[in-house]
Design a protein around this ligand. Structure first.
Ligand code: SF4
Length: 240
């Protein structure tokens, strides 16, 4: 067999994000929606940021929850809001002090970003975060996920979200093959297509809770899962 020299080696292809839509079987969408919302009604977590629709509070919780477990976020969320109750107070504080208040949550780029979003909100929007997707995405530090979370949790819009939990649930239930990291476009489409009209808030909260507590990364509760009848991954088997 001819051996390729280094010079002959084929160029490494850059991984492309798949854009193909995921076909949904008849009735599958509605079954998923109904079962997820029913499960959420019975098992949804009682979290402090679910008791508010203040865009500032929602943003603080979303930034804190990036890379940090819920139980570590809760006390810091209360402390932070007591110290900086609005965009105006946060924007007026020195960044070094904000970082100190943030401690020990870690990833110090997060309080810096939050502070910069606060300054921009005060300077450009008089201290009120806009609800428009394009405007939100124009902020440094607000990506597609955070924009979707703000739109659905603060402004009650049917905006899609896609974080690690949502990716895992959607990929396992509807796709079950290939690497989810290369299927982001299809997963975003799916996340949007599945939202029942007018129920974006509950649906998005539900799917995040479901991914965190039932369809978890290592040990999903497949036997008790309300999706098992049509989940393409059921029963989940951990790779050895
Ligand atoms: S059956 Fe298992 S893999 Fe499928 S959604 Fe439920 S917990 Fe996740």
């Amino acid at each position: 067999m001819p051996i390729k020299s280094r010079a002959q080696k084929s160029p490494r292809r850059k991984k492309k994000s798949s854009t193909a839509s995921v076909p949904l079987a008849r009735g599958q969408k509605q079954r998923f929606q109904n079962r997820l919302l029913k499960w959420y009604k019975e098992h949804g977590r009682d979290l402090p940021w679910r008791k508010t629709s203040d865009p500032y509070r929602i943003l603080v919780s979303e930034v804190m929850l990036q890379q940090t477990q819920v139980d570590r976020v809760i006390p810091k969320y209360h402390e932070f809001l007591e110290r900086y109750p609005s965009f105006t107070e946060l924007a007026g504080a020195p960044v070094a002090e904000v970082k100190q208040t943030w401690y020990p949550l870690g990833y110090n780029i997060r309080p810096e970003r939050l502070h910069s979003i606060a300054c921009e909100t005060v300077a450009r929007y008089g201290g009120q975060l806009p609800s428009d997707a394009a405007e939100l995405l124009s902020f440094k530090g607000i990506g597609r996920y955070t924009a979707g979370a703000i739109r659905s949790f603060a402004f009650n819009e049917d905006a899609p979200i896609l974080d690690t939990n949502v990716i895992r649930v959607l990929h396992r239930v509807f796709i079950a093959e290939g690497d989810p990291k290369t299927q982001k476009s299809a997963l975003w489409e799916l996340s949007e297509a599945l939202i029942p009209r007018g129920k974006g808030y509950d649906f998005n909260q539900a799917i995040m809770d479901f991914g965190a507590t039932v369809c978890s990364a290592r040990d999903p509760y497949c036997l008790l899962c309300p999706m098992k009848a049509f989940c393409k991954t059921f029963p989940f088997e951990r790779a050895r």
